[in-house]
Design a protein around this ligand. Sequence first.
Ligand SMILES: [Mg+2]
Length: 394
Amino acid sequence: MRSAYDQGVEEKRSKFLHRHMGQPAAVRDSIELDRVKLPRECVRLKVAEAVAKWQQLDGGQKPEPRPLAGGTPNGTYHGERDEDDLEDQETLASQQSQQSQQQRTGPIRDFSVAMPRLSSQEVDLRLLPQQVKAALDFLVAMNPVQVVPDAMSDSMPVLLPPQQEAHRGRRTLVLDLDETLVHCHGQPTELKGASPCPDIFLELDSGNPLMPMVLRANLYVRPFSRRFLRFAAKHFEVVVFTASASIYADRVLDYLDPGRDLVAHRLYREGCTEIAGGHFKDLRRLGRPLKDVVLVDNSPLAPGLAPDNGLLVTSWYGDDQKDVELLPLMFTCFRMLREKSWPEYLAQRYGFRDFLEELRANAAARATRVATQASMVRMQMIWSSTGAVTQVRR
Ligand SMILES: [Mg+2]
């Protein structure tokens, strides 16, 4: 049975085909379809598909496939969405300033590049997104730096080769992939505000001959991801470090960086340090001076082994095509070029390590209070059962 999404797409396709039959070349950059503005590449693809289908049904010749704009990993490419065309800078700057303004007033509801220092404004833990809250609870319950101290980390294999000649002397910008640069979902997302079409469809072979399986996924690229990568590649040694498997991550990165000239190194799930089921990105193992390394990630868990080297961004789930989080990130990274020590700058700017320490101290105080109360109640029960007259009052 077809999903509501498929039915909707099919309906729009039929209406469009009916309207533009015979003149697909007339497709403009973007077209208003029943008041749903589709990105131009989606429209083009839908039209090309629809025309091909119609011509086949009508006994006509299947047209030559349209030349693809940016290479395709698996032939199910939807064309390249270049954010340069989507909005003008002025609108984005105003959106960004509105966003920052909202974040300056009221408690912090999520981590983001534009947030103030964590100790300078209240963070309402109850308002944080569920996955952020869970990551913080994990970090508070178990301090990963104590589990993997520096000496142990030093004894583990170094993750990166020496810097390539082209990047010699550059500082290292480590980027997370999922929910930072892209979002991948098994079904086309139907969240409000989402693009109706993913950027690409991925078909991933399980690679297991005993259990052959093809996983299908829809990939959405975060607005300004490519622009950010182009910017970053000019100034830094860019490393993508993901907790995902290489079979998936390589396909996504081949799409984002088809020329393989933006991302210098790729690190996958096996490069992560697993502690109690949590995947940490141990920046101490990169083989680069920590003062010159920053990890941009949407999960507070990832930089848990080097909290002052983490730069946290808001998670993106493909549901906000007006998202501008990567713009302030670009400005922040550019500003950081002037800083001698990145962890010192980030500690002063965001204070993530101090924030975690404060949460741990509060949790320890709470635990002590509970333990004290429990022992007092126990004492009271013992005295009552032995007939002692002393009363313990809380
Ligand atoms: Mg992520």
